[in-house]
Design a binder for this molecule. Sequence first.
Ligand code: ATP
Ligand code: MG
Length: 560
Amino acid sequence: MAKEDSLNFIEHIIEDDLKGSYTPASLRFRFPPEPNGYLHIGHASSICLNFGLGETYNAPVNLRFDDTNPAKEEQEFVDAIKRDISWLGFEWAEERYASDYFQQLYDWAVQLIKDDKAYVDSQSSILIAEQKGTPNEPGVESPFRNRPVEESLALFEQMKNGEVGEGSHVLRAKIDMASGNMLMRDPVMYRVLHKPHHRTGTDWKIFPMYDWTHGESDYIEQVSHSLCTLEFLPHRELYDWFLDQVYDPKKLRPKQREFARRNLSHTVVSKRKLLKLVEEGVVSGWDDPRMPTISGLRRRGYTPESIRNFADSIGVGKRENLIDVSHLEFNVREDLNKRAPRVMTVLDPLKVVITNYPEDKEEWLTAENNPEDEAAGDREVPFSREIYIEQEDFREEANRKFFRLKLGKEVRLKNAYIIQADSVEKDADGNVTTVYCTYDEESRSGSGTEASQRKVKGTLHWVSAKHALPVEVRLYDRLFTDPAPDAHKEKDFMEFINPDSLEVITAYAEPSLADLKVEDKVQFQRLGYFTVDRDSSEEKKVFNRTVPLRDSWAKLDTNS
Ligand code: ATP
Ligand code: MG
């Protein structure tokens, strides 16, 4: 049972059904992806909804591949979909395929023809479309609508055997060409396609359409609640009509119910559009860390928990809306704050020489791994006379609000000493190349001395120059400059691609980063959360920035 006070509207429907003729044991759900691309963050909402209901009601949830279009579907996508759902932490009861039901669907279709509920139409798809009418005008009946049952049966058989060409005939349900619901105007049930299917090979030359397939598949699997997105609301009447033709009252009758699609800002959540980004080389592949796919987010450094928490926090609704990507980023920050060890890495190095620190001396200083997690323990970081700090952390002169390093003033080096900037060296263009500092030997963090407890305003991260590990860092920005790139009537979404969505730099890291493995996650202190990319090699580690520590965009937005 779900908790009464926090029910979403789908759970209310289920609770009402449980008060009626449904028993808890009769509940069954499914997640029905078409294997024509990788899953995206919108699918995550549907996955969390269906599998979440399965957990709430202790009911089975099938993974059903809606594989009725051999032109677009591939085994690679089937494998990727399974990998992503498992990674999110869900287990399906059974792995099913609509193509498993091709024979049953065919047998039912033959029965529909015999019952004069379906007929073979031998017109072109263009003509059929022209005869559909408009919402205000009834359609025109096909001249083949009343062809003899025997003729339809024979033609349907020929279609099945591949004896007729693609597009020469279709099978249509005989419903009502004057229906107020355009979908009820003799919808197509089957088309001829001579392409090999990723599972059934060349066995079938006819392929069932979505509407004919989906409800009957739900019925075969005895799915109690078939949840889909709102654009299928007008399809519900047809879903029910098709069920009426085969329904046995001794069995459970599936219900289609609809919820709102979730859209994320500054990206597109449509497999077709994401495929275009892959095919045109805008991104490196389906799992490019800029993609809103589950596998892209995974490679970017998102955790399954952060995606599930995001999906749960936006919930299920009846109205479509655009969720700002900052909500997603908030969830990953929250999660990584608890689990990511802190390390020091300098992205844009400026050399600092500590003139009163002995040249040949080095120390290994104790650093806390995660202030949010005591069990994370400590590590040692090397300190020496020459270190790197960030370029932007030093200014020769600055106003009183600049709490970082400036000439004549002090800052604390994280986990190390207080230093004061004394002088600089510049190149021919006047850029500072080295800052000369002195340190207070008594001020080492954690040493307990009076000097170590002295308050200074700024604390900087740093890396010992001679111990520094060069690493490749990939900094990502939004893939699209517009919040809703595919919501423009005159402009194609491809026109809004952000040309600066990827910046690759060499950074200098503390040596402990050499031990990290692919997908390990760390916080580069003061900079953000980063994860090890699979492009890493023995020679060079590659890091993806998952998200900066704060939302720099939100700040910009409020200032503007
Ligand atoms: P796409 O346009 O990206 O191909 P789709 O709806 O055609 O999406 P399916 O593979 O048919 O993709 O989707 C599987 C399930 O996921 C369906 O029940 C669908 O309604 C749901 N779904 C797809 N996109 C979203 C979204 N943005 N928000 C919520 N649910 C979604
Ligand atoms: Mg689709």
